[in-house]
Ligand binder design. Structure first.
Ligand SMILES: NC(=O)C1=CN([C@@H]2O[C@H](COP(=O)(O)OP(=O)(O)OC[C@H]3O[C@@H](n4cnc5c(N)ncnc54)[C@H](OP(=O)(O)O)[C@@H]3O)[C@@H](O)[C@H]2O)[C@H](O)CC1
Ligand SMILES: [K+]
Length: 506
């Protein structure tokens, strides 16, 4: 799915009314119907539920008025609260006129704020994507009132006070919704860590907006769902051979951290690699040959760390990082690797390989094009050399980093963000908090290494598929073990089923 800016969303509304020859009031009615149906699904059949609909002066408020009317028709008794304003949108005024007299409709003031007890339902239709500045005065007081209440708050389109696509002061008054109902597409703001407390659970409600317009709109950000990945992972042809799926080299492990190498190796095999060779310190030889008999082991002459780079000739892809440690001799291996890997061999760098890049910054200039890096936010900060001011600044840093180094960078988080050399950022939709556990990143590295070794996949597709399948494996594992009980080894077991879901033209 594409993530449109607020301005693009407005243009999409217009394109839809033109293409479908409907009025904007009809579109608003559709949007309201989608919200009402969602609410009825949640409510039924608690007709006694106390419902308060808070409406602002624009079309978000117009949506709220239409929902109130529809809920009334469905047998509920919503109360409407209006924010006083000098001007109102035409569609707001239209829906205000349509409001049945039986609905209690009152104007808000600092002294007239309704008590909102636990069990009450609040519909936040104060402001939507037309927000132009931070809320102050009465609107901010109302938001504070909603946030202090014990009621369940459902935001129409976006929590009021939150900008859809731009940073805002940390002190901004923003509704903390339990649920957010977004029309047709999610918004960039939903995917950023800082906004989780405002957006709550979010749901996209399709309202039949113009698909050709969406198709032809160029965006900076995508939300990666199964539909976006359809057809990107071909089924294996009967006559395919190990060469098709590539021979990968994994440099991983150090004394006390061989588990990282084992997990990455197992994930690489489950990811479908043709052949896998692992370079570990001598101490890892027996461990790897026992734990991962499907892989070949190439022990380093040193017992505790990787200190020598093997001959790269046989390999289609090289992965380096899990559990390596940050010895100077290992940094030297990374330096040689960057010199020798060439531009045709795929390269995946993670964990200590990234930390070594952060401490040997001159090596950053040697990254071959299409290198795939998988930092978590702290590793990313070390890579770029300065902390991010906020989530949007971090996204800017990600875009700038990928442009400068012509690389792909997987910034790990709740909605893992894949930065690409040409600018677009792809936010992943799969995964769960159970995956915040040791070894989860090592599994991702192994899986990505396998997909980068696969000769059929572009660097972008390998990265998108790997990140999505990793999260999906986490979701399948959590369904079995629960989130707290999930361990990285479970992810390995579910890589196969996750990839199978993506295979072919699902
Ligand atoms: N996406 C869709 O397909 C549909 C969306 N719909 C809904 O429409 C809103 C967007 O409506 P819009 O009228 O553009 O904007 P808002 O309702 O968010 O608010 C605009 C009014 O609010 C004033 N405003 C803006 N910021 C502030 C502020 N900080 N303090 C006070 N007042 C503010 C603004 O006044 P200005 O002075 O800035 O002009 C406007 O009066 C979208 O979110 C959906 O809910 C449609 O229903 C159709 C389908
Ligand atoms: K809202």
């Amino acid at each position: 799915m594409k993530l449109l800016t607020a301005a693009q969303t407005r243009a999409l509304d217009q394109a839809t009314t033109q293409a479908q020859r409907i009025s904007s009031v009809e579109l608003m009615e559709r949007a309201a119907t989608a919200c009402t149906n969602w609410l009825l699904d949640q409510l039924q059949p608690a007709f006694s539920t106390e419902i308060h609909v808070f409406c602002g002066p624009g079309n978000d408020g117009g949506d709220g008025l239409a929902v109130a009317r529809q809920l009334h028709t469905a047998g509920y008794a919503p109360q409407v609260w209006l924010l006083p304003a000098e001007k109102h949108s035409a569609d707001f005024l239209h829906n205000q006129q349509q409001l049945p007299e039986a609905i209690r409709c009152q104007e808000l003031s600092a002294r007239r704020l309704p008590p909102l007890p636990a069990g009450a339902l609040v519909l936040d239709a104060l402001f939507g994507t037309g927000l132009t500045r931070t809320l102050e005065g009465l609107p901010a007081t109302v938001v504070k009132h909603l946030n202090q209440s014990a009621a369940t708050v459902v935001a129409v389109d976006i929590p009021s006070g939150l900008l859809a696509d731009a940073p805002q002061p940390a002190s901004s008054a923003i509704v903390r919704a339990h649920h957010t109902l977004s029309f047709e597409l999610p918004k960039l703001a939903f995917l950023l860590p800082r906004n989780a407390e405002f957006v709550g659970e979010w749901t996209v409600l399709p309202i039949g907006l113009d698909q050709p317009f969406i198709h032809n709109t160029t965006v900076d950000n995508y939300f990666v769902d199964a539909a976006l990945l359809a057809g990107r992972l071909p089924q294996r042809a009967r006559f395919s051979h190990k060469g098709t799926f590539g021979h990968a080299l994994l440099l991983a492990g150090s004394y006390g951290k061989l588990g990282a190498a084992v997990l990455a190796a197992q994930a690489c095999l489950r990811g479908g690699v043709g052949l896998l060779t692992i370079r570990t310190p001598g101490v890892g030889y027996t461990i790897l040959q026992t734990a991962v008999p499907e892989a070949m082991a190439l022990p380093d002459p040193a017992s505790d760390f990787v200190t020598e780079l093997p001959e790269l000739h046989p390999y289609a892809a090289v992965g380096m990082g899990p559990g390596l440690g940050q010895e100077e001799s290992t940094a030297e291996v990374l330096r040689l690797l960057l010199q020798q890997v060439g531009s045709r061999r795929a390269l995946v760098l993670d964990a200590d390989a990234l930390n070594l890049l952060g401490t040997h910054r001159e090596l950053l200039q040697k990254l071959p094009p299409n290198t795939l890096l998988t930092p978590h936010p702290k590793e990313f900060e070390r890579l770029v050399g300065e902390p991010a001011l906020d989530d949007y600044h971090r996204l800017d840093q990600l875009r700038a980093f990928c442009r400068e180094h012509r690389c792909y960078c997987v910034l790990k988080g709740a909605y893992t963000a894949l930065g690409t050399p040409d600018g677009p950022v792809y936010f992943n939709s799969t995964g769960n908090p159970g995956m915040a556990t040791g070894g989860s990143g090592d599994v991702l590295t192994g899986l990505l290494l396998a997909l980068r070794a696969d000769q059929r996949l572009s660097p972008l597709d390998a990265a998108l598929l790997g990140v999505y399948a990793h999260g999906r494996a986490g979701d399948l594992a959590a369904a079995e073990s629960g989130e707290p009980g999930l361990i990285a080894g479970d992810l390995v077991r579910f890589i196969g089923p996750a990839l199978r879901e993506l295979e072919g033209d699902l």
